[in-house]
Design a protein around this ligand. Structure first.
Ligand code: A3P
Ligand code: MG
Ligand code: MG
Ligand code: MG
Length: 321
């Protein structure tokens, strides 16, 4: 919780000073900012202090911070990171700390998985993003912490306080608290018995999840409410606390492999809040196969009373293609 909250603070600081030159274009063309690197360094460092032997599967690697070409970016990241750490890092320690996230994953032992900023596009737009951290033991997610700096504490009061933290521990339930307090409240999915009354959420970015397939599925289910479009794992948080009832992530290309850091923390949050999470073929997510969910396609989240009906509709739409 401390690691995620400090990383959130770093991201908020960066946003306040955001300039486009701080955005470099990664090979996959997704924007990576100073904030992604800083948040990964902060979480990895704090994890290392408590669990020096635990490997980490983190999204970012230090390549573009190295050498002369990376000097300017490296200096920015270093000074930011050192504003929130108790013991400051030097240049080399910074690079090493970021690259402690290079673990390949797998099916045995303890490992953490970290998305230092999930929803980079949302972050850059000033919308939703999330710092997501999960502990995986023998391929099974045991703990998830999600820091959502821009998520209203109560979505019904959108202009109210922002900054929501979500915590789920296997067998112990799902909880939310504000960034500004440590008082936890238990959360659960909204009780719903028919998809007719449901609302669903999906990515803002249509390249990440097919909006047109989702519209067909919604129509088959008789859903009339417009989709709640939100970046990042904040969608899991929204469903877990009852802001929406269904989360659909529908593959745009069948080649894409979902990354474990994009879903591990959200997965346990949903389960502990009483929901069902599967892929579009109703298979459980398999976090034991490395850095990606290579045996799964897409994501379907819903209350147990309607998950089966949602899967039937998803199958009808996907099979027709
Ligand atoms: N073709 C694709 N299909 C599904 N997800 C994709 C994708 N390309 C990138 N992503 C992932 O979508 C995540 C954002 O999800 P969302 O659209 O729900 O906000 C990105 O995380 P990052 O922002 O951490 O890079 C990235 O890992
Ligand atoms: Mg990314
Ligand atoms: Mg992500
Ligand atoms: Mg990310």
């Amino acid at each position: 919780i401390n690691a995620v909250l400090r990383a959130s603070k770093v991201c908020q600081k960066v946003f306040q000073n955001l300039v486009t030159s701080d955005t470099v274009i990664k090979k996959d063309r997704s924007p990576v900012t100073v904030a992604d690197f800083s948040a990964q360094a902060v979480v990895n460092k704090i994890l290392y202090e408590s669990f020096p032997n635990d490997p980490i599967v983190g999204e970012e690697e230090s390549g573009s911070l190295r050498g002369d070409s990376g000097k300017e970016l490296r200096n920015k990241v270093l000074s930011l990171v050192n504003t929130v750490l108790d013991t400051p890092l030097n240049d080399n320690e910074l690079l090493e700390t970021i690259d402690r996230g290079s673990f390949p994953g797998g099916s045995s032992g303890r490992m953490w998985t970290l998305d230092p900023i999930d929803g980079t596009m949302g972050f850059l737009r000033g919308d939703q993003y999330c710092i997501g951290l999960a502990l995986i033991i023998d391929g099974d997610v045991h703990l998830g912490v999600l820091g959502c700096p821009n998520l209203p504490v109560d979505l019904k009061v959108p202009e109210g306080e922002r900054g929501s933290l979500f915590i789920a521990v296997k067998g112990q339930g799902a909880f939310q608290h504000k960034f500004s307090s440590t008082e936890e409240t238990q959360i659960c999915l909204a009780d719903i018995s028919s998809p007719l009354a449901a609302s669903f959420c999906e990515s803002v970015v249509a390249e990440h999840s097919s909006h047109s397939d989702a519209a067909k599925i919604a129509s088959l289910l008789g859903i009339t409410k417009p989709p709640l479009r939100m970046d990042s794992m904040c969608k899991y948080c929204a469903v877990a606390r009852g802001d929406a009832d269904i989360y659909l992530r529908l593959p745009v290309s069948m080649d894409y492999e979902e990354k474990i850091w994009d879903h591990a923390a959200g997965c346990i949050l949903i389960k502990e809040a009483g929901g069902i999470i599967s892929d579009i073929n109703n298979k459980p997510l398999d976090f034991s196969l490395g850095r990606t969910l290579k045996s799964n396609k897409g994501i379907v989240v819903a209350h147990s009373k309607i998950h089966g009906q949602v899967i039937d509709a998803v199958q009808q739409v996907i099979l027709k293609k």
